[in-house]
Design a protein around this ligand. Structure first.
Ligand SMILES: C[S@@+](CC[C@H](N)C(=O)[O-])C[C@H]1O[C@@H](n2cnc3c(N)ncnc32)[C@H](O)[C@@H]1O
Length: 375
């Protein structure tokens, strides 16, 4: 079976998390900024798209070369056997990106690459200049970094954070792969209880239930590779069927609370779509009233950020309540994703460890309070 040079992309700072997930799926990995490389067949393309919880996309690296002028870029791209990859009617948008390279105009790079492919395909398919682009989708990208060009084919299509279980509600939910990455930074593996006291639309609790039950996060969606005409069309369904046989019972409870009943209704719809509604205890509750008999688990939350002055005051009061109410559960490891650099002051306790992250464009910290004792 043909081996491909593959790589995954991910959010800034999550390279090691994605590499660990790939290693757990038995791949040898090589990490660089924003990418983790591995090798595999079509079966592996299916497996990684279906199972990776923390990555953004899985891509095939088609070619890598040095390019400091447009002529070289054109020739190197033209040189690839495009007819082997793209049918005559393929829709193939080219996304260009350039960082610290002589060729810096991204629109210019995109159009040269596109032109080289169109000309090569026109030659190979004996067409003159015009390609219909009315068929299936083959998303390509060209990335230049320090004059090294990489041409890739995206096998995922829509980013892997789009699992397909979430209904739109206009709030500010965490992306699913971001939530899963946060969970992977905790000791949570389903064998201990998990509590999200400010669950919103439930992303952390749902992703935790998927991990705990070993449900593949890509179960509900299609991928770009489904439309590639050279791709073995049985592989996807076979992998989904196999994944369904690997689902297990949740060993320990997951609690998801929020002060707002209407957002909890959305969380329940999302959990239902993900097939984990029966696995999560949803409860309308303000943090100040929180109490639990559970022990030795993980508390994880993404409290509201106070972007405006009035909200800032409310957020600070909430952080103080969190400190008063939650920090006494010291057999739990606790993890809070917060945008306020003064969080520890209001919470009343210095974090064991902090990790700088970006939630979209927002600079945030992941405050980690490790369990003081296991009971
Ligand atoms: C940033 S959102 C959480 C988003 C969530 N992680 C998601 O992915 O949808 C913060 C949540 O905290 C809840 N909240 C605010 N004050 C609260 C309080 N005092 N007690 C419990 N929940 C509260 C809000 O209703 C909101 O749903």
């Amino acid at each position: 079976m043909k081996q491909y040079q593959l790589y995954t992309t991910m959010g800034a700072g999550f390279e090691s998390v994605v590499a660990k997930e790939l290693q757990a799926l038995a791949y040898e990995t090589q990490t660089e900024n924003g990418r983790v490389f591995f090798k595999g067949t079509q079966e592996d393309i299916v497996k990684t798209n279906l199972w990776l919880r923390t990555a953004d996309r899985v891509k095939i690296l088609l070619k890598e070369f040095t390019a400091t002028d447009f002529e070289t870029l054109y020739d190197q791209v033209y040189d690839l056997d495009w007819a082997e990859l793209l049918p005559v009617d393929a829709k193939f948008p080219v996304q260009g990106r350039s960082v610290r390279s002589k060729l810096h105009s991204e629109p210019g790079i995109q159009s040269i690459v596109k032109k080289a492919i169109v000309n090569k395909m026109s030659d190979q398919y004996h067409r003159r200049g015009f390609l219909p682009e009315s068929g299936n989708f083959y998303p390509l990208d060209v990335h230049l970094y320090k004059d090294q060009a990489r041409i890739s084919l995206d096998t995922s299509g829509a980013s892997l954070f789009k699992r397909g279980y979430r209904i739109e509600h206009g709030g500010a939910p965490l992306k699913e792969n971001f939530a899963a990455s946060l969970l992977k930074l905790t000791p949570f593996d389903g064998s201990h209880p998990l509590i999200d006291p400010m669950t919103g639309s439930g992303t952390l609790a749902i992703e935790a239930a998927l991990i705990g039950k070993n449900i593949a996060p890509g179960t509900w969606r299609d991928f770009a590779f489904d439309g590639f005409d050279w791709f073995d069309e049985n592989l996807h369904q076979e992998a989904v069927n196999a994944a369904k046989t690997m689902v297990k019972e949740l060993e320990q409870p997951i609690w998801a609370c929020d002060i707002d009943q209407s957002i909890l209704e959305i969380a329940k719809l999302n959990a239902n779509n993900a097939g984990v509604l029966q696995d999560i205890y949803f409860k309308q509750l303000a943090v100040k009233d929180f109490a639990t008999d559970l022990e030795n688990g993980v508390i994880i939350a993404n409290p509201p950020y106070g972007m405006r002055l009035k909200d800032q005051k409310t957020a600070e009061e909430l952080y103080t309540q969190m400190g008063e109410v939650l920090s006494k559960y010291d057999s739990f490891s606790q993890y809070y994703l917060v945008g306020d650099p003064a969080f520890e002051t209001f919470f009343g306790k210095k974090a064991t460890k902090k990790r700088k992250l970006f939630n979209g464009n927002l600079r945030v910290d992941f405050y980690q309070y490790w369990a003081a004792k296991q009971k």
